[in-house]
Write a protein that binds this ligand. Structure first.
Ligand SMILES: Cc1cc2nc3c(=O)[nH]c(=O)nc-3n(C[C@H](O)[C@H](O)[C@H](O)COP(=O)(O)OP(=O)(O)OC[C@H]3O[C@@H](n4cnc5c(N)ncnc54)[C@H](O)[C@@H]3O)c2cc1C
Length: 373
């Protein structure tokens, strides 16, 4: 392939590769450039949870496109994309009320209310003692350690040129300068994730973009807990836009602040997803431009204790701990800007990039205006 392509994508995380995938489907010539030698960013550090129903009403069109993109790319590239939906146990009246309101708002195709017993059984813990619960049937799962590397390999096999260990130093008007020379393209989509500040400091500053760091753990999965599990809990209902838009969200927030002050102090979104023989457990949130690299053992222990209580796991064996990192903004979920007519900068600035990237890829390629938060 020569130095010119129809499209050049900066960043081989899920957003960059989703953009490359959609452009390749459309018959464009594509090059993807990444500083690292393989995907090691946010896109492999996460839960592999595509939480379409949890997104705001005005993001549902993007969520539908994203869902379709995951299914097409999984079929093409041969990675697992499960459709088990998300289970949410309601342990208090306040949690049950928010789920009830969302079910009434979205309807049974998006939210099915469950008995406490049924949600416990779905989690592999029938004696959980939940008051009630909900199932979000449209939500999906991938294995984050498999999906993005597989997609990269498949794209390379299809003739998309992946330039690894190639650090982009400047982009302008179809010219991309790197530490290994220059490339040109008719269109450039820049998806640097939490690296935005290094390439476009003015854009990052305008949106207050910083890093969010999250304490994560991988534990053994007992046979009773499903391998394709996706479980959200009460703290999740105070984070995702669909739930926080419900009338009872404020009283739930107050109730959790009183009942679980430690989780609230660490800005937790207590959730668990399953893999073949393990469970991904998280998470806390800390915000900084230059995060501390250290994992706080008290935070790990807190998250592990609460998560395993939900699942009835008495003696969890921790296999791995890590500090995940993603780009965050206090003012928007998505930075989508065109610094010049050939360049689009796209960064998901909330923990929803695995959910929405295939839909955002279509917006980035169209240079479309940003949908409301
Ligand atoms: C612990 C954790 C849990 C999460 N859970 C979920 C979840 O359950 N559901 C969900 O939807 N989302 C979740 N997220 C968020 C999701 O992972 C991110 O939003 C998404 O992965 C961002 O993808 P990306 O492609 O923008 O970034 P990345 O995957 O970080 O990719 C960016 C790439 O750009 C490259 N790059 C940067 N600068 C340059 C440069 N100058 N030159 C060349 N290359 C460059 C980097 O090397 C990197 O490979 C979670 C995130 C974390 C950390």
């Amino acid at each position: 392939m020569d130095k010119h392509t129809d499209l050049l994508v900066v960043g081989a995380g899920v957003l960059g590769l989703a953009t490359a995938f959609v452009a390749h489907e459309r018959g464009q010539t594509v090059r993807v450039v990444d500083s690292d030698e393989r995907p090691v960013g946010s896109s492999i550090q996460n839960f592999g949870h595509a939480c379409f129903t949890g997104q705001a009403d005005d993001a549902q069109d993007v969520a539908d496109r994203a869902r379709a993109g995951w299914l097409r790319s999984a079929t093409a590239a041969g990675f697992w994309a499960g459709q088990p939906g998300t289970y949410i146990p309601a342990m208090t009246e306040a949690e049950a009320q928010v789920l009830h309101e969302l079910a009434a708002h979205r309807g049974p195709g998006q939210v099915t209310l469950l008995s406490g017993r049924a949600v416990g059984e779905a989690l592999g813990h029938p004696d959980l003692g939940a008051l009630s619960g909900a199932h979000l049937p449209r939500d999906m799962r991938v294995d984050p350690r498999e999906a993005v590397p597989r997609l990269a390999r498949w794209l390379a096999g299809e003739g998309v040129h992946l330039a690894w260990r190639t650090h982009v130093t400047a982009v302008g008007d179809g010219v991309v300068s790197t530490n290994r020379g220059e490339y040109t393209a008719d269109q450039v989509v820049v998806c640097p994730g939490f690296g935005l500040d290094r390439l476009y400091p003015e854009i990052a500053e305008r949106h207050g973009v910083r890093s969010s760091t999250l304490v994560m753990q991988l534990i053994d999965r007992p046979a009773a807990v499903p391998a394709d599990l996706a479980m959200l809990t009460g703290t999740s209902l105070t984070r995702y836009d669909a739930f926080t838009a419900m009338p009872s969200a404020a009283s739930l927030r107050a109730e959790i602040a009183e009942r679980e002050p430690d989780l609230v102090r660490h800005t937790a979104n207590l959730m668990v997803t399953g893999l073949a023989d393990s469970l991904l457990v998280g998470d806390s949130h800390d915000y900084s431009q230059s995060p501390e690299p250290f994992i706080d053992e008290d935070v790990s222990a807190l998250l592990l204790d609460r998560a395993t209580t939900y699942l009835g796991i008495a003696a969890p064996r921790v296999r791995q701990r890590w500090l995940g990192r993603y780009a965050d903004s206090p003012s928007t979920n998505l930075v989508l800007e065109q610094p010049d007519p050939r360049t689009t900068v796209a960064v998901v600035t909330s923990g929803i990039g695995m959910t929405l990237s295939f839909g955002i890829a279509e917006l980035a390629l169209a240079g479309a205006p940003v949908p409301a938060r």
